[in-house]
Design a protein around this ligand. Structure first.
Ligand code: S3P
Length: 444
């Protein structure tokens, strides 16, 4: 289903941000819980599910392939697994909408559904994104995949697969995951070699489901599984949805904000390392395991920032937060440079150009480079202005954070793009604004 551009949302400056927030369940883990639940034996009970346009697309996709998924309140799901080889091909194409994680991971699974034929399509943004990165390695495994120009639509003919060893040409957790999932259906040990570590949620959840996974510092292998069983998954809060609040509280003077129950997998929290280097005051407390992942609560205090350079090896672990880094850099003293992030051009929008255009529209000195951007920061409130989300949820959130930390406010065009990962985002921002305006004495 195509999402048509929606009305603008104006985010006014806020004097300070004070209070407590919790964010929806992690999008990457929510996708994986539904997909692995679908090919497990028996039921998978998912709690803390991050309900969003992207993850709804995953529920619809597995339902289309014969998997019963029952809703259990706002963030619970019961997935009735059909086993590794039990998916059935629908008569119509599977619509992956805007969700890159869905199309890439599901293709790995469908490639192993012997002798069934599937077609995968998506919206305009997803249809412009590169799929050759999964088509090439899956074909090496013997998969039958058709793609006219390395883009959607993909035609998948399920077949018995061969094990391969594959060195990732781009650091991508989606590509790694597609190969590992296909490896469940192969004839030996499938190994993915990673030049730089990327998020490891697939490996963790496969282990939880009983798959034979071997992890090494720079590679991961999987052997064919007899069966998977994943009785329950507790999804932790999404670090990528917490990040806008972390940056907002860092930038807005006099703030003290707590974000609770956040996934703090070190392969996701590169932004925290970068922000700390810039002088941010973020403390982790109540460290605990949430659903087989490291998690905890965050306490953020406003802090003056200095510019920094982000290196290529830091990019994968901060990939979805790099537009927010650009915004933090705009309010830091001195110049900041992002290196080695050409992958940002292949996201829901070209996030290098989109970030730089948004910053410039707010009065910031910023310049795009082939593999990142340069930002000259000024340690003061941003002017404000009008930015376009370009239909990209992460950019809409950057606009909102900029509005809170601005002098004149920010108007965000096509702000509804946030529903792709965080449907209640603007309501949470509003609630926080109101809570932050309550005088100290009334807050208790
Ligand atoms: C994701 C991996 C990353 C990330 C995306 C989610 C995942 O994409 O940007 O939002 O769930 O595996 P790439 O694998 O393309 O880097």
């Amino acid at each position: 289903m195509a999402r048509s551009p929606t009305e603008d949302v104006a985010v006014e400056p806020v004097a300070r941000l004070v209070g407590h927030v919790a964010v929806p369940g992690d999008k990457s883990i929510s996708h994986r819980a539904v997909l692995l639940g679908a090919i497990s034996e028996g039921e998978t009970h998912i709690t803390g599910f991050g309900r969003s346009a992207d993850t709804e697309a995953t529920i619809a996709a597995v339902r289309a392939c014969g998997v019963a998924v029952e809703e259990d309140g706002r963030d619970g799901l019961h997935v009735q697994g059909v086993g590794l080889r039990g998916l059935t091909a629908p008569n119509a194409p599977i619509d992956c909408r805007n969700a890159g994680t869905l199309v890439r991971l599901f293709t790995g699974i469908l490639a192993g559904q012997a002798w069934q034929e599937f077609e995968l399509v998506g919206d305009a943004s997803l249809s412009s994104r590169p799929m050759g990165r999964i088509v090439d390695p899956l074909r090496r495994m013997g998969a039958g995949i058709e793609s006219a120009d390395g883009r959607l639509p993909l035609g998948v003919q399920g077949r018995p697969l061969h094990a391969i060893t594959y060195e990732l040409p781009v650091a991508s957790a989606q590509v790694k995951s597609a190969i590992l999932l296909a490896g469940l259906y192969s004839d030996g040990e499938t190994t993915v070699v990673e030049p730089v570590p990327t998020r490891d949620h697939t490996e963790r959840m496969l282990e939880m489901a009983g798959a034979p996974v071997t992890r090494r510092p720079a590679s991961v292998s999987v052997r064919p599984a007899e069966r998977l069983a994943l009785p329950s998954v507790e999804v932790p809060g999404d670090f990528s949805s917490a990040a806008p609040f972390v940056v907002a509280a860092t930038l807005v003077p006099g703030s003290e904000l707590h974000v609770h129950g956040v996934n703090l997998n070190p392969r996701r929290t590169g932004l925290l390392t970068i922000l700390e280097r810039m002088g941010a005051r973020v403390t982790v407390y109540n460290r605990r395991e949430i659903g087989g992942e490291p998690g905890g609560d965050l306490e953020v205090h406003t802090a003056p920032l200095v510019g920094t350079n982000v290196r290529r090896d830091e990019v994968p672990i901060a990939i979805d937060e790099l537009p927010l880094f650009g915004l933090a850099a705009a309010c830091a003293r001195g110049e900041s440079v992002l290196h080695g992030a050409e992958e940002l051009r292949a996201k829901e929008s070209d996030r290098i150009d989109a970030t730089v255009d948004a910053l410039r529209a707010l009065g910031v000195r910023a310049r795009a480079t082939a593999d990142g951007f340069r930002v000259t920061g000024v340690p003061a409130r941003l002017r404000g202005g009008r930015v376009s989300s370009r239909g990209d949820h992460r950019l809409a959130m950057v606009g909102a954070v900029a509005g809170l930390a601005s002098r004149e406010g920010v108007r965000i065009e096509d702000a509804d793009a946030v529903t792709v990962s965080f449907p209640g985002f603007f309501e949470l921002v509003d609630g926080l604004r109101r809570a932050s305006n309550v005088p100290e004495d009334d807050r208790r």
